[in-house]
Design a binder for this molecule. Sequence first.
Ligand code: OAD
Length: 227
Amino acid sequence: MKKLVILSGAGISQESGIKTFRDMGGLWEEYDINEVATPEAWERNPELVMRFYNDRRKQLLGCEPNKGHYGLAALEKDFDVHIITQNVDDLHERAGSSKVLHLHGELKKARSSVDENLIYDIDGWELKFGDRCKHESQLRPHIVWFGEQVPAIEEALPIVHDAEIFVVVGTSLNVYPAAGLLNYVRRGVPVFLIDPNPVDVYSKVTFIKEKAGKGVEILKNELKKYL
Ligand code: OAD
């Protein structure tokens, strides 16, 4: 089976009712990144940061995977599919994808604020003040905030390097190091990009200008020639 690597972003979950970040009406129009998605924000105003992520989690619990997520999961029948996602939702997993690497953390998890390796599942939507790790420190959302390291990038690099087919879906490629993964795709490897809007890329890609639901269906057809 050929190794098919997918880099996904907020756009794949848009048809599930989750807002993207940088589109018109996106989350970063409503909220200031510096006030909700940085370690400084957590120090300055933890209540606001906690509420922001609790709201996102509450919303996620009411969302279902869409045709795009299911279509990518179904590709496992014919390909060795690896999903590298910038998303913090669990919709790829719920659609049945078995190899999902989260670059930016996971909304349904919390982690210790003194030991980043201590990660806990959150029961329900609410992470509360007073929820503590085994060292008695307050748990924080398990999210990679702006200005923080992206430890999973180390795991992502060899996956991308070994890709035989590469797909980018639903990301504006604005945020590094995730966006830079495209530069690690080996020369000659076919690259597909699914997005209803133009995305700036400097490498040769087959652009499928559709939303993820329809775009993944088109991709599936395009991939027949690599079976
Ligand atoms: P963006 O909001 O920057 O980009 C979303 C992309 O999805 C855009 O290119 C849209 O055109 C496209 N899009 C919109 N609807 C779509 C649909 N139905 N199907 C397919 N594509 C669609 O989101 P990301 O690139 O994921 O990080 O953002 C990267 C990171 O920035 C996020 O992980 C988050 C954010 O700040 C953190 O919070 C750390």
